[in-house]
Every structure is written in C-alpha cells, then in structure tokens.
Design a protein around this ligand. Structure first.
Ligand SMILES: NC(=O)c1ccc[n+]([C@@H]2O[C@H](COP(=O)([O-])OP(=O)(O)OC[C@H]3O[C@@H](n4cnc5c(N)ncnc54)[C@H](O)[C@@H]3O)[C@@H](O)[C@H]2O)c1
Length: 253
C-alpha cells in the first residue's frame, strides 16, 4: 500500500465533500494512520471523522491562532509518536474579497484571506516541524494562481502567495528532508467553493473545456494526487505544483 505505516495529519475536514475528507479516507485505505484537525465546528468535524474507514481523532486548530499552533505538536503526540506528512487543506476569504468587488475590498478583509489561506501554510509547517525530525512531506491545495479569474479576486491573490510560500518552504526546509508541494485542483463543489458568488462560471467552462472532462463532485482525483505526494514515490520533488484539473491548464483560450 502507498502509505503503509505513514502517520499523516490532515487539516480542513468540515463535510464529506471536503477535499480533506477524501484525502483522509484514501490515506487510511492506503495504510496510513490519520489524525485530523478541525476548525470551529468541532462536534460536526468529529461526526464526519466517524464516517472514515477508521474513526480518526480530531484536534482543534484555528490555523491563525498562535496558542493552538504552539500546542499542536504536543496534541498530535497524544495519538502518534511523530509525523511523515501534513496536509494543508485550508482556505477562507471574507465575502467582500470575492465575487467581483476586487477594487473595493478593504485591507482588513484582504489581510484575513492572506492570513488564513497563505501564511497559515508556513505556520502549520513550523508547528509540525518538531514531529518530522527525519523529514516529511507537506502538501497544500491551490487553484491555479498564474492567471486572474472572474470572481476569485483576493482569494486568487492569496493563492498566488500560497504558491510562492510553498516554494520558499521547499527552499528553507529541504535540508531537513522536508518536501513542500501543492495540488492545483479544478473546481469542486465543496462548502468553500459554494461560498464564492458566481463560482458556477468556473464550473461551466471546466466541464466544457477540460480535455479529460471534469467531475465537479468527485474529489478523489485530487485526493489521490495529495496521497501520491505524501508517499515515497516523489522523493526528489519539492516546490512543485501538480495540476489535477482534467488538463484545463494546458490549453490556451
Ligand atoms: N473546491 C474547489 O473548487 C477548490 C479548488 C482548488 C483548491 N481548493 C482548495 O482546497 C482547500 C480545501 O477546500 P475545500 O474545497 O475542500 O472546501 P472545505 O470548505 O471543505 O474546506 C475548507 C476548510 O478550511 C477550514 N478553515 C477555514 N478557516 C480556517 C482556519 N482559520 N483554521 C483552520 N481551518 C480553517 C474550514 O474549516 C474547512 O474545513 C482550500 O485551500 C481550497 O482553497 C478548492
């Protein structure tokens, strides 16, 4: 099995549609021991955790909360003696930062989007570093930030920052055997996506244009790529972005 014996921390489960839920599920099916973190609605996350093949423990983590980040390593040690991989599946932007009001968004709301969606990647890596003394794999989720999209607005800026931050982490943590990679997914009907007004514009164009076609409700292709990056089969890959988008990114207009 791909992740036999691996200990993986997965953030970002909130519903069964969450990309993180399928990552946790497939990781378990591939032999991993999975620990989850949950944000805010802990009883909901705990209920969802019971729907995994093996009920996973859930640790509370607001990725912008310094106290919770500082306590994370000790809390994880309550369940596993270290980590081989960490999944960052976290994103949020206030409503004013999405949906076409880019020119009016105040800095405070941009700051929230960047704190939760960009800086938290570095913060999570540092919080879990003591658990990976022999190296490990950190994987995050992006939505192609090399171009401007309709309605994605400041979330797109935050994702551009995430893509850059992943490359910097690859640079700064490579000598400790830590790899940092992202999966760039096509549009998926999760809670985060549904909160973006006008998201259906992506959905239509993806379904029509992606060379391989695109299933808006199937998170498995994305979750499988995350699991592959967590495995030993990408030992010399870091600072990379793997597209799981039906091939959409490869086409011109
Ligand atoms: N759904 C898509 O179309 C799509 C496409 C590409 C990339 N992504 C990315 O995938 C990742 C997961 O999103 P999803 O689509 O599965 O949606 P989701 O709503 O299921 O997951 C988003 C998660 O972020 C968590 N979160 C928000 N603020 C947090 C905080 N302060 N601390 C800790 N956790 C916090 C939420 O609790 C939730 O579990 C995000 O980074 C998202 O941007 C999504």
């Amino acid at each position: 099995m791909l992740l036999e014996g691996k200990r993986i921390l997965v953030t970002g489960v909130i519903t069964e549609q969450s990309i993180a839920f399928n990552v946790a599920k497939i990781a378990q099916e591939q032999g991993a021991t999975v620990v989850l973190t949950g944000f805010g609605r802990m009883s909901l996350v705990e209920r969802i955790a019971k729907r995994l093949p093996v009920t996973a423990p859930v640790i509370e983590l607001d990725a912008t909360n310094p106290e919770q980040l500082a306590a994370l390593a000790d809390n994880v040690r309550g369940y596993v003696d270290g980590l081989d991989g960490v999944v960052h599946s976290i994103g949020f932007a206030p409503a004013t930062a999405l949906g076409g009001t880019f020119l009016q968004t105040p800095w405070e709301d941009v700051a929230t989007a960047v704190h939760v969606s960009t800086y938290s990647y570095k913060a999570l890596a540092m919080a879990t570093l003591p658990l990976m003394p022999n190296g490990g794999s950190i994987v995050g989720l992006t939505f192609d930030a090399t171009v401007a999209w309709p309605v994605y607005d400041w979330m797109g800026v935050a994702k551009a920052g995430l893509e850059s931050a992943s490359r910097y982490l690859a640079n700064y943590l490579g000598d400790q055997g830590i790899r940092s990679n992202l999966v760039s997914a096509g549009p998926l009907r999760t809670m985060a996506a549904k909160s973006i007004p006008g998201f259906e514009k992506f959905e239509e164009s993806w379904s029509e244009r992606a060379p391989l076609g695109w299933n808006l409700t199937d998170t498995a292709p994305t979750a499988k790529a995350v699991c592959a990056l967590l495995s030993d089969w990408f030992p010399a890959t870091t600072g990379e972005i793997i597209h799981v988008d039906g091939g959409y990114h490869a086409l011109g207009a």
